[in-house]
Structure formats: C-alpha cells, structure tokens
Design a protein around this ligand. Structure first.
Ligand SMILES: CC[C@H](O)CC(=O)C(=O)O
Ligand SMILES: [Mn+2]
Length: 336
C-alpha cells in the first residue's frame, strides 16, 4: 500500500465542536506542533469554510484571518489548507487566502452539485493554490454518480477529490466501492474524510486506503463536527502497524492531542444517542450543536429532530431547517 498524504483538520472540522472559538494563540501552538511532527497538510478556517462566521453557520469568536496568519507563521515545511464552500465563501476570500499564504483550497459541495464549484477551482488555480474537491454527504449517492461528480471537479482543475462521509454513515464496503469508483474514473488523487458515528472512522479510512486512496484526513483526539473524525494520532499509529511509513512523529501527535487538544473539548466525543442517531439517519454532523440547542429550547427529543432531518434529506447549509423542524414537532406535540 502506498503512503497517503495526511491532512490534519483539527483546526477546521474541530472548529464545529468548539462553537468556532479557536484563538490565534491556540492555532499557532497546534500548527507549530503538527508541523514539527511533519504532518504534510494542516487545514485552518471556520468549520464551514472561509467566510463561515455568520448567524446561519455560527459566529466565530476570533477573525479567521488572524487564525490563518498564525497558521502560516508556524507551518514550517507543512502546507496550510482552507476549506471553501461556494456561497458561504465568495471569490474575494480566495484572493485573500492566497495573499495570506494559504497553499491549498479545499472546495466543498453537496455531492450532487459539483457544477457550482467550477469558477472557484478556476480562481484558486489562477491564484496559484493547490486544489481539492470535497464531495460532502457521499453516502447519499451511488459510486457511479459520485465518480461523475468527481470527474467534473477534475475537469475544473481539482488536484484531488475526496469522498466525504459527512454523516459518518458509510461502512467499509461502501467506502471501498466509492473510493474504487473514483480511482477508476480519475487520473488525479482520491481522498477520504471520515466521521465516527458508527465507530468506523479508522476502519473506514483503512478501507479507503485498501481501495487505493491517496489522501486521508484526521483530527487530533478526533475533535470534529458531531462525534468527530478519525483521530490523526490513532491513524498514524495504525499506519505504522501496517508498515506504512508516513514520516509523521507519533509521539508529538500523542502529546499534542493529550496536552493541548483534550482540554478544549466542550462535550465528550462518545457515540451517544444523538450521534448514533445522526449516523444511522445519515444526517450531517455539523448540525449536532444546532439540533441540541433547538431541542432544549423547544423541549423536544433531539433524536426526533435528527430523524426528521434525515427523512427530509437536509444537506450542508440548511441549518435553518433545524428550527423549522423543531417548531413543527413542538406544534404537533401541542395539538395531540
Ligand atoms: C461545510 C463543511 C463541512 O463541515 C465539511 C466536512 O468536513 C464534512 O462534510 O464532513
Ligand atoms: Mn467533516
């Protein structure tokens, strides 16, 4: 098996789990340690990507450009990536990312909407950035349909396209099928991004590697949306056991996860009822905190909201549906 490129996205996916409260100092410290450990790519931005600090996605406590500035100042030989969701981010943010020294733009769209990414890939390339496509909620589409969307991203200038298990709803066989379909269809790299709702983040990432994935994601201690991601330190330990040498220093990752990341958790990333219900119903993990807030406000069971969002097929960016669903459920309760 070949050595994958590891991206650590603690400082982006993890942003969802701490209500977008990372400080510039924290980002500087974490990037410094990840770079010292020789993690090739470090992702930093609001959890919903550049420009994500809004009422809909959740306001950040600190300007993300101050976070990016710290990341770039501490990156050493690593590359800094930022996520970009078309519509949440706009073209000026791509220009600014390039000016600030970001190396890679990861353009994330719902997995049937690759066509909205064209102008952003083209701009990123023009601005000299490396480019990654993120096909979110990949469990909702069969492998052939995903491969078609990935092919579009390749034609727009993506250097790599990821199968993104946003809801943590995939099992190893369904990961293998999707990664293989992309590998067969593309001549660029294929990546895999896991969430742990079914306890399979590491297992699914190994399945992706077995199917030929070239790039994989992790977060320190698994800090990420909902129940979180594949812990980067565990991934590196597993890869070492599999005799795949990433060149990444495991001790530094373990120490950083324990000493710096564990203390910032706002809730434990265990597969509790809400997180399992989310993975089982195929609901986007970044909805978790919004769902819990609405459930508490309207005094209803969060699982009822999650299941209804699953039935309606809510996708990233539809956070406003959570309140609608909660209100409707509460009204139904009142008329019973
Ligand atoms: C809207 C960004 C989103 O959190 C991307 C991601 O990490 C995922 O879909 O899992
Ligand atoms: Mn994610």
């Amino acid at each position: 098996m070949k050595t994958p490129i590891v991206t650590d996205t603690t400082l982006r996916d993890g942003s969802h789990a701490v209500s977008h409260s990372f400080t510039p100092e924290f980002v500087g410290q974490i990037v410094n340690r990840l770079a010292e450990a020789k993690v090739p790519v470090i992702e930093v931005s609001h959890g919903s990507g550049l420009g994500g600090s809004t009422i809909q996605q959740g306001f950040s406590t600190h300007d993300e450009w101050l976070l990016i500035e710290q990341a770039v100042a501490n990156k050493k030989d690593s590359k800094v990536a930022s996520l970009f969701v078309p519509g949440i981010g706009t073209r000026p943010e791509i220009l600014k990312a390039a000016e600030y020294g970001v190396d890679i733009l990861r353009v994330a769209v719902h997995c049937t909407e690759a066509d909205v990414s064209q102008q952003y890939f083209e701009q990123a390339k023009k601005s000299g950035l490396g480019t990654v496509g993120f096909l979110m909620m990949s469990h909702t589409q069969p492998p052939e349909a995903l491969a078609k969307q990935a092919k579009l991203m390749e034609s727009y200038g993506a250097d790599c396209v990821y199968v993104v298990d946003s809801a943590g709803a995939l099992v190893p066989e369904s990961v293998r099928e999707r990664v293989s379909a992309l590998k067969d269809a593309l001549s660029i790299n294929v990546g895999f991004h896991a969430h742990n709702n079914l306890g399979l983040a590491i297992g699914n990432t190994v399945a992706a590697l077995e199917a030929g994935a070239d790039q994989i994601d992790g977060t320190l201690r698994g800090l990420g949306a909902g129940v979180g991601n594949a812990p980067t330190e565990v991934l590196v330990a597993v890869l070492n056991k599999m005799k795949i040498d990433t060149g990444i220093n495991l001790t530094i990752l373990m120490d950083t996860a324990e000493e710096l990341v564990a203390p910032v958790f706002q809730y434990p990333n265990v597969i509790d009822r809400d997180n399992l219900a989310s993975g089982y119903a195929g609901v986007y993990n970044s909805f978790l905190l919004h769902v819990r807030e609405a459930a508490a406000h309207f005094n209803i069971n969060p699982v009822a909201i999650i299941e209804e969002l699953g039935r309606r097929g809510a996708v990233a960016g539809q956070e406003d549906w959570i309140l609608d669903v909660a209100l409707e459920l509460q009204q139904k309760e009142l008329v019973k």
